[in-house]
Design a protein around this ligand. Structure first.
Ligand code: ZN
Length: 114
């Protein structure tokens, strides 16, 4: 069994301890929560704000816990789906007659001298 000295009081602890039993200092990072409300929050962020969703997706993907990895994986898939949809929407907009009309108008304005 590995041993680890507490950075706060130098008490020698087992490496498996999350908190120092002598002074109560946190020895390990507590793994991120995988509660339903946290999951929903992450999925929602992944869908609405893809870049931020990616951050939490990777945070969860690199956890040891199987459940946290699944959360990270779902968040990653949602982020990619959301990005794909945004790109599809952008191409649809660029190909739409409305956009062409707008560009023609801008072109005409430029010819007049604006
Ligand atoms: Zn301590």
């Amino acid at each position: 069994m590995e041993q680890k000295k507490c950075p706060s009081c130098s008490w020698v602890n087992s490496d498996t301890f999350n908190f120092c039993p002598n002074c109560g200092k946190r020895l390990k990072k507590v793994p991120p929560s995988t509660s339903i409300s946290i999951q929903l929050g992450i999925y929602l962020i992944s869908l609405l704000f893809p870049p931020w969703g990616l951050v939490s997706a990777f945070k969860y993907l690199f956890q040891k816990e199987e459940k946290a990895k699944v959360v990270g994986m779902v968040a990653l898939i949602l982020t990619i789906a959301s990005l794909g949809f945004s790109m599809w929407l952008a191409t649809q907009l660029l190909a739409s007659p409305f956009f062409n009309q707008m560009m023609t108008q801008v072109d005409q304005l430029q010819r007049i001298g604006y």
